[in-house]
Each structure stands twice: as structure tokens, then as C-alpha cells.
Design a protein around this ligand. Structure first.
Ligand SMILES: [Zn+2]
Length: 269
């Protein structure tokens, strides 16, 4: 009897905890963004100003939630300010602004370096394990964290139409990893066709690879030709930053990304 009461009590406590947590999340999503954060975004993130009103309101709520739930850490003595948090959170949340019930669930922390940083990689070369230290502007680890160079993140936000955005790139990898594998095939919504996605992405990826090998220009950066995962991240950057050109040059790819993100940035003006 005591055991049954204990289990029932634990169940009630857990139910109460989840209800409380849900109410807290809903309050964050419904709250307006504090004025000082809005000012930062208006000055530093031009795409924030270009958003249709309804989307911007929803983005404000997501940023509130992101700032409340995700922890930022400065690397190499870098100071995490409201500007750093707001600029990164806004770009990360833009990717999911119209994807209800999607959240960076497995991501808890964002680590920010002041500038580009070197990353340690161990790679097999023949019989030897060799250490490499490539220079990075960002990294996304499976199931979190995300690591960013602040100078690159800030410039990427401000230069809104150059097709390069390290925050969107790394958070696209986080979304891609929702399936458990980062392979350029993210979790699709029920109204999306997996075969349609695969066909369109394989075609566009093959074109980018051929262009990269031949030294021809492509709307997408040749870095996207290194793997399907990088292709999805690079295509995401261009989808948000040069949407009209992507729609013109790669209409099917634009169409699949518009269905995936449930957004049509080419019409934002
Ligand atoms: Zn990448």
C-alpha cells in the first residue's frame, strides 16, 4: 500500500513538474522581447527587421525561450554580453521560427571564442594517427554543443545578403542531427516527401560538386560539395541570405527548403 502511494505521489509530482515547465515555456514564448534585446537586433541583425510582423513576434518568443534555457560560455576569456547572446539566439531561432514544436532539445550550451579558433582533430593516415589543427569559425557537435567565433557570428549576422552565415550553418547541422545522424537528410515533416527531398538534394549536390571540380561558379559555396551534411548547411545559409537568387538558380532546392523551414524568405523584401 505504502509503495502504491509512493508511486502515485511520485507520478503526481512529476506531472506537476511537467505542467509547470510547460506553463513557463508558454509564458516565455508569448512574452515580448525585452526592449534592450530588440534594440540590439534592430542594429545588428538586419534580417530581424525584414521579417513579417507575425514571424518577428514568434521569433521574439523563441529568443526568450532560448536565452532562458541555453547556457553561453566564453572561451579564451571572452565575455558573454547581452549582444552576444541576442545576436546568436536570434539567428539560431530564425531557423525554427515557423516549425512549431521543433526545438534544439539536445543542445544545452553554446561556447563562444572571440575570433576564429583552432580545433583538434585526430585522423588516420596510413598506419599513423595524425593530429590536425584546422582553423574554424564554428563547429556543431552531434547532440550539442555549438561552438562559434564571435567575430564571424557578428559579421555573418550583419552582412545579411552575402550568403555566408556561420550561426545558421552550425544550427542547420543541429537540426540535421535530430535524426541521430548528421547526413544532410533532416527530420522531415509529415507533408514532405522523403524521396522528393532526396532526389532534389542529390541533383543539386551533384551540380555543385561538378561546378566545384570544374572551377565554375555556383550560387552555393564550393564547401557545400564536401559532403551532403555540409551541402544542407551551406544551402540553408543561402536560402535565408540570398533567397531570390537561390529560387532563380535552384528552384527545386529552394522549394524543398521552403517546405522544410515552412518559410518563403524570397518574399520578405
Ligand atoms: Zn559545416
Amino acid at each position: 500500500m505504502a509503495f502504491i502511494l509512493l508511486v502515485a505521489g511520485a507520478g503526481l509530482a512529476l506531472g506537476g513538474y511537467w505542467a509547470l515547465r510547460r506553463r513557463k515555456t508558454e509564458a516565455l514564448l508569448a512574452a515580448p522581447l525585452p526592449g534592450e534585446f530588440r534594440q540590439i537586433l534592430r542594429a545588428r541583425v538586419p534580417i530581424y527587421n525584414a521579417l513579417p510582423h507575425e514571424l518577428r513576434k514568434r521569433l521574439d518568443g523563441l529568443i526568450n525561450r532560448f536565452l532562458a534555457e541555453k547556457k553561453f560560455y566564453g572561451a579564451q576569456g571572452f565575455e558573454i554580453t547581452d549582444e552576444v547572446r541576442a545576436v546568436i539566439a536570434a539567428q539560431a531561432c530564425l531557423l525554427i521560427v515557423n516549425k512549431p514544436n521543433r526545438w534544439y532539445k539536445t543542445l544545452d550550451t553554446i561556447h563562444v571564442y572571440p575570433a576564429v579558433f583552432s580545433s583538434r582533430m585526430i585522423r588516420a593516415e596510413g598506419n599513423l594517427m595524425m593530429e590536425h589543427r584546422p582553423i574554424r569559425s564554428g563547429e556543431s557537435w552531434a547532440r550539442g554543443p555549438v561552438i562559434l567565433a564571435w567575430d564571424q557570428a557578428a559579421y555573418g549576422a550583419f552582412a545579411a545578403h552575402d550568403g555566408h552565415n556561420v550561426v545558421m550553418h552550425e544550427f542547420a547541422h543541429q537540426l540535421d542531427n535530430e535524426t541521430g545522424v548528421t547526413d544532410g537528410s533532416p527530420l522531415l515533416d509529415k507533408d514532405q516527401s522523403a524521396s522528393g527531398w532526396a532526389r532534389v538534394f542529390q541533383d543539386a549536390y551533384a551540380r555543385l560538386k561538378a561546378d566545384a571540380e570544374a572551377g565554375h561558379n555556383n550560387i552555393l559555396d564550393p564547401y557545400g560539395a564536401t559532403s551532403p551534411a555540409e551541402f544542407f548547411a551551406v544551402a540553408t545559409e543561402v536560402f535565408f541570405e540570398r533567397p531570390q537568387e537561390l529560387r532563380e538558380h535552384e528552384p527545386a532546392l529552394y522549394g524543398e527548403l521552403a517546405k522544410y523551414y515552412r518559410l518563403d524568405p524570397a518574399d520578405w523584401g
